[in-house]
Structures are given as structure tokens and as C-alpha cells.
Write a new protein. Structure first.
Length: 172
């Protein structure tokens, strides 16, 4: 499309969830001469990452992963607040009983923002250093190290889910 065709800077809805309360939108930035994508949750718009352009991995989740998720107004409002906190660099803590969506909500955020989502399930006696910071990879007889989910999430600007944190003891 030419610059003239984009003169109105129209916003096009690509995907819609939760009865239209959550949308993925695209628009053309005339100044940068590029197409941008945003996620809009109840009027709060946050730019989505473009993994090809940014050179960073995107989420490995798809729309099909969330086809059976029902989001009512309270859940959409919670998502809106969590996304705003994430956008300004704050951490988000979800507390609640099993089955309330504490893991699903950050995975949905990662999908909507097109960013990575790592998950660590804590268990009593686990090796925190190995599980969070560094892991050993064996490949064709050679052994190399790689960043674990915590530094990888920090480097990529992704989301990290830490399940069952209370199961760790202070000495771990």
C-alpha cells in the first residue's frame, strides 16, 4: 500500500476475544512506514512484539490453545490490569486456589503480546540454580550450558510463570 492509502491511519481488528473486549489490531505508522500490531483490552492498547523484526522469539502458543477459555468481565478486567503492569515493567502475582486461571492468565498475556512464556513448577528439594538460572544441554556427545528460564525471560522481555513457589524452603 502507498502512503496515500494509509493517510487515515485506520485501525483494523485482526482477532477478537471475549465478546470484543479483547482485540488484536493493526495500523500503519506513517512516520516509520511500517505496519504495527497492538492488543487492546478494554481500551488499553499495548504494542505487540514482532519477533521477525525484533529478532526475538515470540510465543509458542496459538489461538487454538485458548479456544475453550471463557472470559467474563471480571477476568477481562484482571487481564487489563495485569497487562498494564507488565507494560510498565512491573511484576504481577496471581494468587488463588487451583483451577482459577493463575497460569492461564499469563499464558494468555504472552499470546496476546506475542512474547515468550516460560514456566517452572517448584517442588520440595528442587535445585533452584539448575531450574531457574542455568541448565546443561547434551547434544551429540557434547555438553554445553544455556540460560535457564529466569535470565532467558529477562533477556527476551517475556513472561515467567513460577508455580507452587511456597513449596520451596528458605535454604533452597
Amino acid at each position: 500500500m502507498s502512503q496515500q492509502e494509509h493517510a487515515d491511519n485506520e485501525v483494523e481488528v485482526i482477532e477478537s476475544f471475549a465478546g470484543g473486549a479483547i482485540t488484536i489490531e493493526k495500523e500503519y505508522d506513517l512516520e516509520k512506514q511500517e505496519e504495527l500490531q497492538f492488543v487492546n483490552v478494554l481500551g488499553v492498547r499495548i504494542k505487540r512484539r514482532n519477533p521477525e523484526k525484533d529478532g526475538l522469539p515470540g510465543t509458542n502458543l496459538t489461538k487454538e490453545n485458548f479456544s475453550d477459555i471463557t472470559l467474563g468481565n471480571p477476568e477481562v478486567e484482571l487481564l487489563q490490569m495485569a497487562m498494564m503492569r507488565h507494560a510498565i515493567g512491573h511484576h504481577v502475582l496471581f494468587l488463588g486456589p487451583s483451577g482459577y486461571g493463575k497460569s492461564t492468565m499469563p499464558m494468555l498475556m504472552a499470546f496476546l503480546l506475542n512474547i515468550t512464556c516460560d514456566r517452572v513448577d517448584c517442588t520440595k528439594g528442587m535445585n533452584v540454580h539448575k531450574q531457574f538460572l542455568w541448565s546443561v544441554v547434551r547434544d551429540n556427545g557434547s555438553v554445553t550450558g544455556r540460560h535457564g528460564p529466569l535470565p532467558r525471560t529477562k533477556e527476551n522481555g517475556g513472561i515467567m510463570i513460577i508455580n507452587e513457589l511456597p513449596k520451596l524452603t528458605p535454604e533452597e
